[in-house]
Design a protein. Structure first.
Length: 236
């Protein structure tokens, strides 16, 4: 399995002729993603990311850590115990080389080392759920990783705005499936990965799924069509 995102992160960190990543989805055209964006400082992060990092407390699990920018801030500026978790071996190695003390290369669905006070899923954290029919599996796993008084901070975007409208202003969306279920493709240095399933969720859909899986949920921050949500274990 190719790991083009991880390779780009590695090339940039090692200064080995890095190039911009290119991404596309089943409803959007090719778009440039500068690799340096994945190495940004706190001051260059968006409001949702900054809010999530500010709210983080206790033992932290950063799922989909990538180049480790969120974990580095939590470790070095907030002085918290953080685990940077990513399925990419190259990304994981860069996290370690950047000074993250606890970087783990593993799928979150098989990871079970500890439980955590804060679990972060940022940069469209709902993407890893893949599709609506897998949300319960992932939320059940997240529930098992969370301490009783802990929190999950997760962001996403309602992508309804990306679809056309008819003459009456009604949004034209696919007749089958949920409109936030996309195929996501990464290109780098002339190579392409196979499409992966990637899920964008509107807040109401996430809210319903969270409640059905034993969570209370709060809308922490709304930024146009994107939002940050906080999930906590529902009190019996």
């Amino acid at each position: 399995m190719k790991d083009l995102m991880g390779q780009a992160i590695w090339d940039y960190f090692k200064n080995e002729n890095p190039e911009d990543l290119q991404t596309e989805t089943s409803i959007s055209e090719l778009d440039e993603l500068p690799v340096e964006y994945l190495f940004r400082d706190f001051s260059d992060m968006n409001e949702i990311e900054q809010k999530a990092l500010a709210l983080s407390f206790g033992k932290v699990l950063d799922i989909g850590a990538g180049a480790g920018s969120h974990s580095l801030y939590i470790q070095n500026e907030k002085m918290l115990d953080v685990t940077a978790l990513d399925i990419s071996k190259k990304s994981n190695e860069v996290c370690t080389l950047r000074g993250i003390k606890n970087a783990v290369c593993e799928d979150m669905m098989t990871f079970s080392a500890h439980t955590y006070d804060t679990i972060l899923l940022l940069m469209n954290g709902t993407g890893i759920f893949q599709s609506l029919d897998k949300i319960d599996l992932y939320l059940t796993k997240l529930h098992s990783l969370l301490n009783e008084n802990g929190q999950i901070l997760i962001d996403s975007t309602d992508i309804l705005y990306m679809f056309d409208t008819d003459d009456d202003g009604a949004v034209i969306i696919p007749a089958t499936g949920y409109y936030g279920e996309l195929d996501y493709i990464v290109h780098y240095k002339g190579e392409s990965e196979n499409p992966i399933k990637w899920l964008y969720l509107d807040f109401n859909t996430l809210q319903n799924a969270a409640i059905c899986n034993g969570f209370d949920i709060e809308l922490v921050l709304q930024d146009e069509d994107s939002y940050l949500a906080k999930l906590t274990k529902a009190k019996i």
